[in-house]
Design a protein around this ligand. Sequence first.
Ligand SMILES: NC(=O)C1=CN([C@@H]2O[C@H](COP(=O)(O)OP(=O)(O)OC[C@H]3O[C@@H](n4cnc5c(N)ncnc54)[C@H](OP(=O)(O)O)[C@@H]3O)[C@@H](O)[C@H]2O)C=CC1
Ligand SMILES: CC(C)CCC[C@@H](C)[C@H]1CC=C2C3=C(CC[C@@]21C)[C@@]1(C)CC[C@H](O)C[C@@H]1CC3
Length: 418
Amino acid sequence: MAPPQGSRAPLEFGGPLGAAALMLLLPVTMFHLLLVARSGPARLLGPPPYLPGLEELWSPWALLLCLTWLGLQAALYLLPARKVAEGQELKDKSRLRYPINGFQALVLTALLVGLGVSAGLPLSALPEMLLPLAFAATLTAFIFSLLLYLKALLAPASALAPGGNSGNLIYDFFLGRELNPRICSFDFKYFCELRPGLIGWVLINLALLIQEAELRGSPSLAMWLVNGFQLLYVGDALWYEEAVLTTMDIIHDGFGFMLAFGDLAWVPFTYSLQAQFLLYHPQPLGWPLASFICLINAVGYYIFRGANSQKNTFRKNPSDPRVADLETISTATGRRLLVSGWWGMVRHPNYLGDLIMALAWSLPCGVFHLLPYFYFLYFTALLVHREDRDERQCRQKYGLAWHEYCRRVPYRIVPYVY
Ligand SMILES: NC(=O)C1=CN([C@@H]2O[C@H](COP(=O)(O)OP(=O)(O)OC[C@H]3O[C@@H](n4cnc5c(N)ncnc54)[C@H](OP(=O)(O)O)[C@@H]3O)[C@@H](O)[C@H]2O)C=CC1
Ligand SMILES: CC(C)CCC[C@@H](C)[C@H]1CC=C2C3=C(CC[C@@]21C)[C@@]1(C)CC[C@H](O)C[C@@H]1CC3
């Protein structure tokens, strides 16, 4: 198939070979983590305790549950929103509109789950179903990506993403061809990025907490901490939902297997790894250490939220009194770059805060297993790679001004280290 005109973007993720390898490696890693988390030795780098057969992975009930969950979140997405936000300007100069009702979806889901549990819904049975649920989510993501690929064949050239249109089927399937696939006003990428996966993640965490309480009389302090920290993170993402409209996933990347699998399977089933680990490997944690870990999470959150809010406020209105005094440099595009405040400390202060929080989520699991640190390790790799991609895009967008910014702010993520 010939690449569409004008698509000359350099190949990322190691090209078609890298994309094929990731498509295999990501689900395999997810199942490995699910299996070792419940095994006695819980060794991240050891072999899985056993290889599950298809009868253990495939369950029509799990698929039904997965589709019902997606249907519920889609219905909540369609409810009237407190605000409708406009996205960034597209190639054809138009702007898409997005409902801002993610936090409302989280609260309504919590109410529905609360009602369900009080009516006898066995939420604590969820941890036993993680394997078939993850399989169903992977299958759903694969079929969904296939449909998205086919849908993109009918899309006009102006609707295609800059990256996922190389003409190589595997690469384009992985990266995604269409930038903002929609049916009427329902935006699939925006919906998947924040709702089913993120809310699913905290629901799985809650189910693990409830099962721990049933097993041991009450949830452990470590389990409370992991649940609390991650609920704060998800609540924050949904409260500041509008900010996702300026991320590279929404502005730059197409919607293909990478994001569909990432959003629907990877996030709920691997981001809940610490809580999964704690259910099978209870860890003693005293109040002094717990308080120290809370402090680390608070510092991480303070940097993460401060940096993200500063940039979002500045991008929305550079004369806002909260950012008007910050030093900036001009660029040829007319947009300015912050060179003081959080964005004068390192070029990605929000990543630094996010990484500090990631560490705080693992610490309640103790220091004798590597497994609960998987998220921290994976996330470091993801953010270093993401920073590199963003840097390339900014260099292209801002040219000399970006070089000046790099000269003024030489460190990328960690001051004086990287
Ligand atoms: N938990 C998870 O799995 C993940 C979490 N995240 C988190 O999501 C959040 C969003 O991350 P992400 O989308 O990667 O990127 P950022 O929010 O860091 O956005 C990068 C963009 O910010 C703008 N920018 C960069 N430097 C400056 C500056 N000095 N002044 C003003 N604007 C600047 C540029 O866009 P422009 O100039 O066009 O505005 C650049 O492209 C982060 O907090 C990240 O940690 C991200 C990925 C995964
Ligand atoms: C499976 C692959 C390794 C890559 C998958 C990447 C996705 C899991 C992430 C890509 C960007 C994401 C963002 C978030 C969650 C993870 C994914 C979807 C947030 C919604 C997390 C909360 C933050 O406040 C905003 C993030 C935006 C980007």
